[in-house]
Ligand binder design. Structure first.
Ligand SMILES: NC(=O)c1ccc[n+]([C@@H]2O[C@H](COP(=O)([O-])OP(=O)(O)OC[C@H]3O[C@@H](n4cnc5c(N)ncnc54)[C@H](O)[C@@H]3O)[C@@H](O)[C@H]2O)c1
Ligand SMILES: [Zn+2]
Length: 383
């Protein structure tokens, strides 16, 4: 006789995000209170260390001052997208976790950019099926978006984030002071996710970004910090309150512009950063939303103008490769990543959005051409 059991259970998660400055000052209690006496293995992005040569000593000194149970001096591993291009960083982190006998009650303390946290987070999510992870994002994109999320992973088979895992970090600590060493490109990158999330969820935030765009473009750290904090809050609230933190459905309601962005990152061999690719993807989706009648022309122009004022270019020649076929393949890859019906988010007003299930190819073609012409005109004016 056939039998079946159908048991339902729920698990409660806490998603804790701390905003601070100088997390490794001996007077700063946040990290010490988070880890208590548990073992901690610090793992740090090499690119960050290069820009902040004193950081490693500060981490060690903090451990001594606060009597933390660090298992070793900070382990420095490759950062940037290179950390995700193969499994080397994941394997090195796993090997150190094993060597230091990090258990499910111990902590991995990961400091670095979004790519580094994706890779080290994947190691933490899979070691012993998941050890505790404290993320300390050190880029604007990391602090405002990637680092405050629950996703980890690396790129495989030429596809962004093909291999990965969902895991809620034990905590995220955003230390604004760590952003000070970013170059203008790095500082700018996270602002695009702030524009994206404001456009989807918070018209007042969008208005502020628009008003402060010149200061943000100049790298005013206080204004950048505000934008990052508001972006992080909206991203984290979405994860905690929108009913699908592990993306079991077919929609990714925050991924405006990302079907094209992920494809453009691969197509340009990561010449474009994630933020730069998202800026182009946003422009593409926004103009498509306008052409399809979802979004007003005036609003669309406002969004493009803000992105340009922040210093983003809204076109890459790869978009026209093979009549746009490789770019359009990004739509199917995006659908496949989640499964089910293609579901894209498009803005309907500043601060509001809707979901659609198709994106006409003709629309993408005409908008790509519009962005090419716009870019050529801007370049001509500048030269
Ligand atoms: N997991 C998620 O939910 C999620 C969300 C959005 C984006 N992402 C991923 O995040 C990645 C992009 O992250 P990113 O924009 O932070 O870039 P990144 O991690 O590639 O870092 C860019 C460069 O900055 C260096 N760096 C890091 N901190 C620094 C600092 N304070 N000063 C100077 N240099 C520093 C890094 O070494 C690297 O060379 C992409 O792979 C993207 O797919 C993940
Ligand atoms: Zn993104």
């Amino acid at each position: 006789m056939d039998e079946s059991l159908d048991l339902e259970f729920a698990v409660t998660y806490r998603h804790r995000i701390f905003f601070t400055e100088r997390a490794f000052a001996s007077t700063n209690k946040i990290l010490a209170e988070l880890v208590g006496k548990a073992k901690v293995i610090p793992i740090v992005d090499a690119g960050l260390v290069q820009s902040s040569p004193k950081l490693l000593a500060e981490i060690v000194a903090y451990g001594k001052a606060r009597e933390l149970n660090f298992t070793r001096e900070p382990l420095v591993l490759t950062g940037g997208e290179a950390a995700k291009k193969n499994s080397a960083v994941v394997k090195a982190a796993l090997a150190a976790i094993e060597e230091d006998k990090i258990c499910r009650h111990s902590y991995v303390l990961a400091l670095g950019g979004g790519a580094f946290l994706d890779a080290v987070g994947f190691a933490a999510a899979t070691a012993h099926r998941g050890v505790r992870l404290i993320r300390m994002p050190t880029t604007t994109l990391g602090q405002g978006d990637a680092g405050v999320g629950v996703k980890n992973g690396i790129n495989t088979f030429g596809k962004k984030n093909f291999t990965g895992a969902f895991a809620v970090p034990a905590a995220v600590v955003n230390d604004l002071a760590l952003l000070a060493t970013l170059d203008p490109r790095g500082l700018r990158d996270g602002l695009v996710e702030a524009v994206k999330v404001s456009l989807l969820k918070d018209a007042n935030f969008f208005n502020d970004l628009e008003r402060h765009a010149p200061l943000l473009a100049r790298g005013d750290l206080s204004k950048v910090g505000d934008a990052v904090r508001r972006s992080a809050t909206l991203h984290a609230q979405h994860i905690a309150r929108n009913g699908d933190p592990f993306e079991l459905g077919s929609a990714r309601p925050l991924d405006l512009g990302h079907w094209a962005a992920h494809k453009l990152e691969s197509m340009t061999n990561h010449r474009l950063t994630h933020g730069e690719a998202v800026a182009i993807g946003l422009a593409l989706d926004i103009l498509c939303a306008r052409n399809l009648g979802f979004f007003g022309a005036v609003e669309a122009e406002r969004v493009l103008t803000v992105l340009e004022a922040l210093g983003f270019r809204l076109y890459a020649s790869e978009m026209h490769l093979q009549d746009g076929a490789p770019l359009l393949a990004g739509l199917e890859e995006f659908r496949e990543h989640l499964g089910g019906e293609l579901t894209l988010v498009l803005p309907t007003a500043i601060g509001q959005s809707t979901q659609v299930h198709e994106m006409p190819e003709a629309c993408v073609h005409s908008v790509t051409e519009e962005l090419r012409v716009r870019d050529a005109q801007r370049c001509a004016v500048r030269s």
